[in-house]
Design a protein around this ligand. Structure first.
Ligand SMILES: C[S@@+](CC[C@H](N)C(=O)[O-])C[C@H]1O[C@@H](n2cnc3c(N)ncnc32)[C@H](O)[C@@H]1O
Length: 238
């Protein structure tokens, strides 16, 4: 099994307990980060496209980000014309389909998106890009599927280069406490050990922005939250 297949199989294994574990581990703090992501994406779209927004949520998992798109669009009077969730894990998609039966979900990886070129106003990927082994290929796919001036939204746990005391403290929490709590709730310690390991192997925010620039996705906004535990990236397709 390839590293990518192993990662997807791991998500299949934890799909049933994913939502509960996530809620316990994040204590709901991610809701504010997701809300900010939706608000900023809408703000950076042209007025015209806000009447018929087409969204693809990549690595959608159990559909959390899709619910946030719907909720925030309602609040801000934005009209969603279409929304589709994409994920390679059958287990995660099964949970998503039960929660959001009206939404279309497609099983695929971020590196091979079965959507037309220049067809989406927004692509989002929340806590997903870290799991994509062929990241460059995925970023190229995002650039292909986005319309010109379309918006890419990435939420991700990023690595901190020169951590402050508070950032070190949060790093300790992510590395040691989170896997323990996640392991207990999901009864799969190995899967939640993967979380800090994959953050450690992942990029700094600056490096991810360079990779976005390299595929004509111009970074517009980068903001770290909660002592740099999570970073929000907003980029525009040139
Ligand atoms: C931490 S979950 C995030 C789920 C959801 N976006 C959320 O915000 O809760 C990561 C997701 O990435 C998916 N994933 C893993 N490898 C992937 C790949 N190569 N392409 C797209 N998604 C992938 C997993 O199946 C999993 O559902």
């Amino acid at each position: 099994m390839s590293k990518q297949q192993e990662i997807i199989a791991m998500f299949d294994n934890i799909a049933g307990s994913y939502d509960l574990t996530n809620r316990v581990m994040s204590c709901g703090i991610d809701i504010a980060w997701r809300k900010k992501a939706c608000q900023l994406a809408f703000k950076n779209l042209s007025k015209d496209s806000l009447n018929a927004v087409n969204i693809a949520d990549v690595a959608c998992g159990t559909g959390d980000m899709i619910s946030h798109w719907q909720k925030n669009a309602n609040k801000e009077n934005v009209k969603i014309q279409s929304i589709v969730g994409l994920d390679p894990s059958e287990g995660m998609l099964n949970v998503a389909r039960k929660k959001l039966p009206e939404v279309e979900f497609v099983q695929c990886e971020a590196t091979k998106i079965p959507l037309e070129s220049a067809s989406k106003d927004i692509i989002s990927i929340a806590y997903g890009i870290r799991n994509v082994v062929e990241r460059k290929q995925a970023l190229e796919e995002f650039a292909r599927v986005l319309k010109p001036n379309g918006i890419l939204v990435i939420l991700e746990f990023t690595k901190c280069e020169n951590p402050s005391f508070l950032e070190k403290l949060m790093g300790f929490y992510t590395k040691n406490i989170l896997p323990f709590v996640g392991g207990i709730v999901s009864r799969n310690y190995r899967a939640y050990r993967y979380l800090p390991d994959s953050i450690e192997e992942f990029l700094t925010a600056d490096k991810l922005n360079s990779e976005l620039n390299a595929v004509s996705l111009k970074p517009l906004y980068t903001k770290a939250f909660s002592a740099s535990v999570c970073t929000l990236f907003i980029a525009k397709k040139l």
